[in-house]
Design a protein around this ligand. Structure first.
Ligand SMILES: C[S@@+](CC[C@H](N)C(=O)[O-])C[C@H]1O[C@@H](n2cnc3c(N)ncnc32)[C@H](O)[C@@H]1O
Length: 330
């Protein structure tokens, strides 16, 4: 197993570069009239562990539905991915629960592939690489700790072989609309014509079902969101008191998204030593932490066409809550 850090990582300058970017993003986000923090920073080691717990929650249907799709359609997917050697590249791999099903099937068919998990969270890359080397002895794995942008840069150098990209868990729904289009264009440009991507989209459904998924009874999602404050405290020497913030999520009909916030319960000030700055919070002022956009089938087909992809197949769970779409780079 090979693990190559390419952008954000543990040692020396690259760690320093990551911290500079984190500091800049926190400063910019908290300086806005409507404060926000980029959701990619939710995933430090603790955040990745909490997200794994979220995936097991009864309320969090996306993980269950997508796993059902993989279990139901693993043979069809493995058929589609058969043929010459390939890179199976997974963007935002997480703990690889669904990918395990696919890899098991591909191995049974003796498909020749290298698995390349790419994730901003070092803990996620280590977890999935470690688990897969135990579950699938001899599997060629190349773990990359990087954000999507750096991951796509690596992918664009892979034009000597076939690439299949997995982008699961409706992570596509976390981009603001304009960034989503830019990401898909960049993804298309990083691929060879004929390469495929399998993208998980959460479909628009009953509002109560969607909002419950982001506000579970046990409070794990609240802890996941509040952890970003603890991370800022640790990495940028801030004095956030997470106890002064309440987690709140709501359906935004205009954006077709569940929006997540941390809401200040009182007027107070937070000092971030690493930024040499303080930030004022008024009572009930919110920090936006995540958007989870939901999609219609029509919108998904338009997204593919606008960004240079042809729809090759669609796989949906029994309840019709979630769909994994296979797009071919046209
Ligand atoms: C919603 S989770 C989905 C995990 C997995 N794909 C699944 O379906 O179970 C998002 C994953 O993407 C990673 N991630 C989030 N933002 C990222 C970014 N900008 N670049 C790279 N990875 C990112 C997180 O660390 C996390 O593992």
């Amino acid at each position: 197993m090979e693990s190559i850090p390419i952008q954000q990582q543990a040692e020396g300058e690259s760690k320093a570069a990551f911290l500079r970017r984190f500091a800049r993003d926190v400063r910019n986000g908290l300086s806005l009239p409507r404060k926000r923090l980029p959701c990619k920073y939710l995933y430090d080691d603790t955040g990745s562990r909490l997200f794994s717990q979220i995936m097991d929650l009864t309320e969090y249907y996306p993980a269950r539905c997508e796993l059902e799709i993989f279990q139901m359609h693993k043979a069809a997917l493995a058929d589609l991915f058969g043929g010459p050697p390939l890179n199976l590249v997974e963007l935002g791999a997480g703990d690889g629960t669904k990918t395990r099903v696919l890899i098991g099937q591909m191995r049974a068919r003796k498909t020749d592939f290298t698995y390349v998990p790419i994730d901003i969270s070092r803990a996620a890359v280590d977890c999935v690489s470690g688990r897969f080397s135990r579950w699938f002895p001899g599997l060629r794995t190349r773990g990359i700790t990087a954000d999507y942008l750096a991951g796509l840069k690596w992918l664009s150098g892979q034009n000597h072989c076939r690439n299949i990209v997995l982008f699961l868990g409706s992570s596509i729904g976390n981009f603001p609309a304009r960034d989503r289009e830019a990401f898909l264009r960049n993804l298309r440009q990083s691929l060879n014509t004929g390469d495929c991507v399998l993208i998980g989209f959460d479909l628009v459904k009953d509002i109560a079902v969607m909002t419950r998924a982001y506000n579970d009874a046990e409070g794990i999602t609240a802890a996941f969101n509040k952890n970003i404050l603890t991370r800022i405290n640790r990495e940028l020497e801030a004095d956030f008191d997470p106890g002064l913030f309440r987690f709140y999520s709501t359906w935004d009909a205009d954006a077709r998204a569940v929006q997540s916030y941390l809401v200040s319960t009182c007027a107070h000030q937070v000092h971030i030593r690493g930024l040499r700055r303080s930030f004022d919070f008024s009572a009930r002022e919110a920090i936006h932490t995540e958007s989870s956009h939901k999609f219609t089938r029509h919108q998904i087909r338009e997204l593919a066409a606008r960004n240079g992809f042809a729809v090759a197949a669609e796989f949906t769970d029994d309840a019709g809550y979630f769909t994994d779409c296979l797009w071919r780079a046209a």
